[in-house]
Ligand binder design. Structure first.
Ligand SMILES: Nc1nc2c(ncn2[C@@H]2O[C@H](COP(=O)(O)OP(=O)(O)OP(=O)(O)O)[C@@H](O)[C@H]2O)c(=O)[nH]1
Ligand SMILES: [Mg+2]
Length: 383
């Protein structure tokens, strides 16, 4: 294997594409030394036909901790057991990171959020996760959680907590209910109420208009509140046929110009439908200004739960830069494994408003996301 004797930089992340966990372990040790840490593991497949012709590979991101400098040969290529520096994200927008996400490499986006890679690409067999994360707790419960798609580093961090160590000694059923209880306890207790001006935004097709309609229906049917909707335009067209029909059916006013806002009473909840847009720096600035000008305090990021975990992270980071307050996960009905959502739901950043679990705009949503995840995680892992 080609090597170059140049010094590697502590703290810098390196990406390795390998065929197996064993190969990864030996390459990482050889190239980065014994102190290297694995930060993330992802199964990658070829595109198109290559997907069927080639065996899956693993993409491993590793780094030497900043406090452990040393000189080693530097990885230089990027295929078949070779390696390269992990690329940093294309940073148009100011980025704010949450503590949980700090450990995770932000790699350059290779496809647009309009065409998200499905979450299956993120699934790494439990045996491989286990080989990569040495601190991963062992036992039947952890096997189930790992199979359910909870990321290895998240599980390893969770397993280090004193209150989780005893779980393996318990009968499985007891361990499962304790796990569920710990997850519920760990969820941030804040329930940030919505202000009376709320915008739903997300990448094209993420389900933001549908999410808005669900919230609207809940206000009207369940809480008897009055509400109006305003459709905002931007560079991207904002088709409103479905929204207009739904508003008409509910007897809700659909506003199209800012001038109409003056006629609204102060106690009316007003929901803003934003055209789907990729959160580039320009769009973030546009949205931030629009939200500020219109006095929109509640800013709900709508994110398709079928996106790759990395894209969800990116959406979170970018939405944080425009003052997002809440998050809605959509298409939860379509994903076989919900494990990857745990780290987002347990994060102290955005407050989860609900999970959308189907196309029905007057139903198909669940506000008890923790319970939903516990149910879905354990049933997926137990299959
Ligand atoms: N299965 C499923 N489908 C959903 C869900 N949420 C939305 N959809 C469907 O996804 C499609 C896009 O939903 P929209 O609400 O129009 O998405 P949008 O983000 O407003 O799209 P644009 O404004 O055009 O960018 C529609 O066919 C919805 O019925 C969900 O939770 N589950
Ligand atoms: Mg829409």
């Amino acid at each position: 294997m080609a090597q170059q004797n140049v010094s590697i930089t502590p703290g810098q992340k390196y990406k390795f594409i390998v065929k197996s966990a064993e190969e990864a372990a030996s390459i990482i040790r050889e190239k980065l030394g014994e102190t290297a840490q694995v930060i993330s593991v992802r199964q990658v497949e070829g595109e198109g036909l290559a997907r069927f012709l080639k065996s899956p590979k693993l993409e491993i991101i590793a780094q030497i901790p900043a406090e452990a400098p040393q000189t080693q040969s530097r990885p230089e290529e990027d295929s078949n057991g070779q390696s390269q520096e992990a690329p940093e994200m294309d940073d148009e927008a100011p980025l704010a990171e949450s503590p949980l996400r700090r450990k995770v490499t932000r790699a350059k986006r290779t496809r647009s959020p309009q065409e998200p890679r499905r979450e299956d690409a993120d699934y790494v067999p439990e045996s491989l996760v286990r080989a990569m994360f040495k601190n991963l707790p062992s036992g039947r419960l952890w096997t189930i959680l790992s199979k359910a798609g909870i990321p290895g580093e998240f599980l390893a961090q969770f397993g280090e907590r004193p209150e989780t160590r005893h779980l393996n000694e318990q009968p499985l059923q007891t361990a499962i209910s304790h796990f569920a209880m710990l997850m519920r306890d760990r969820a941030p207790s804040r329930s940030l109420a919505l202000s009376n001006r709320v915008a739903f935004f997300g990448s094209p097709g993420s389900g933001s208009t549908t999410a808005l309609c669900k919230q609207l229906a809940s206000d009207i049917f369940l809480h008897g509140q009055s509400a109006s909707v305003m459709k905002l335009e931007a560079d991207e067209p904002n088709s409103s046929e479905g929204l207009a029909m739904f508003c008409e059916a509910l007897g809700v006013q659909l506003l199209r110009t800012r001038g109409e806002l003056k006629k609204l009473s102060d106690d009316t909840n007003l929901y803003f439908d934003i055209p789907g847009m990729v959160l580039t720096g320009k769009n973030i600035r546009y949205l931030q200004k629009t939200f500020d000008d219109l006095g929109i305090e509640s800013r709900v990021l709508v994110v398709n739960a079928a996106y790759e975990r990395q894209l969800i992270q990116e959406a979170y980071t970018r939405a944080g830069a425009l003052g997002a307050t809440h998050v809605v996960f959509t298409h939860v009905d379509e994903i076989p494994r919900c494990g990857k959502l745990w780290e987002f739901v347990l994060d102290d950043g955005l407050v989860p408003l609900f999970a959308s679990t189907g196309q029905n705009i007057a139903a198909d949503f669940d506000r008890h996301i923790i319970d939903l995840l516990v149910r879905r995680t354990l049933s997926a892992g137990d299959e």
